[in-house]
Design a protein around this ligand. Sequence first.
Ligand SMILES: Nc1ncnc2c1ncn2[C@@H]1O[C@H](COP(=O)(O)OP(=O)(O)O)[C@@H](O)[C@H]1O
Ligand SMILES: [Mg+2]
Length: 396
Amino acid sequence: MPPYLAGREPEITLFRKLLRQHTIFENLLLTGLRGVGKTVLLESLKPIAFQEKWGWVGSDLSESASVSEATIAQRILTDLSLVSAGLTFRRSRKPGIGFSSPAAAVTTQRFDYHTLQRIYEETPGLIADKIKNALMLVWDAMSQQAQDRKGIIFAYDEAQTMCDHPQERQYPLSMLLDIFQSIQRTRVPFMLALTGLPTLVPKLIEARTYSERMFRVVSLSVLSNDECKDAITKPVEHMAHVPLYFTDESVETITNHSDGYPYFIQFICREVYDVWMNTPGPGTAVEHNLSVTMEGIIRKLDADFFAGRWVQLTDRQRELLTVVALIDSGDGEFSVQEVVAQSKVVLSNAFGPSHANQMLSALSQRGLIYQNRHGKYSFAVPLMGQFVRRQRGEAG
Ligand SMILES: Nc1ncnc2c1ncn2[C@@H]1O[C@H](COP(=O)(O)OP(=O)(O)O)[C@@H](O)[C@H]1O
Ligand SMILES: [Mg+2]
């Protein structure tokens, strides 16, 4: 977590609004590029949910619990058991048969993982039916035994890793959406809060028509200049043991180099801090040689953040990314046609349209670029264009 979370008030206000729904019509979906701050925002919504008397469970899906319907089901049961274990569940031994007294026929059990697992196994039908039943029974118990509880948030980070696999007849993503949509229709207040790369939205729509209506999609953007300033200066403000401050000029330099991405702000600030603390002598050296320092920091950023991704590419893929980085609008959106046209200008062996298409989809799979709803492409890694241009400069 950053020492100070800059900006993001509108997103937090929106989340509070979503918490006020009695019947859940809208779930939260946070999307954005790497390093824009999805994970830390999701994490900072948790205490707000607690404050508003909601439960919160969830996990990071990047460890792929999401390969099959059964693994997603286990994920949900495990998460659910964390909030249900304090509740009890009255269960009849032999439903409806015999003359034993009602008291003897009913046992009271804790709603722990094993009970949930048993309910799951004993419910007839598809995996989705089993999970829905478990979820509804838990809400039944919760609404009676923990009456001030408003609902539960199921928060899943890196949800773009979830995928349907038609060849294997596994539809974990469609199933997850189906489960939540149908329990929400029966007024069970269990809400999804997903985060993911921008590829998540088309994926959801592909999995289930109209699923975008289930979500309030919030695309997290970079921080504004004022928010950058806060992110840079607030962590060291009023801290007696931090003999450092950032001048307006250094704030501007860092803001420009980071392009507003919180990840880069944090990276640069940490380096600046270390360099400064290692500089002998009194005074605030930061502003004096920040531009000198900056060169080294950018070099370190290239080595730490970008190089690993770059070395895994083939020569031809690097050429294609270089072409993209040299398109005027390449840091924003670009089309296949633009790639083809630009490659004729800068390469001796230009790309044809079908080859460019093929390469772009290979690079999408590597997570370096992505295709948006309108068929245009963008870099999926922030500031990648600048990195590629620096590489080109160094290679002469
Ligand atoms: N609003 C913010 N203010 C200050 N720092 C932030 C903010 N959002 C993110 N950060 C910092 O930026 C880095 C990247 O954030 P993270 O949530 O991991 O991004 P993402 O999940 O989108 O890849 C983290 O180190 C985090 O502390
Ligand atoms: Mg993240």
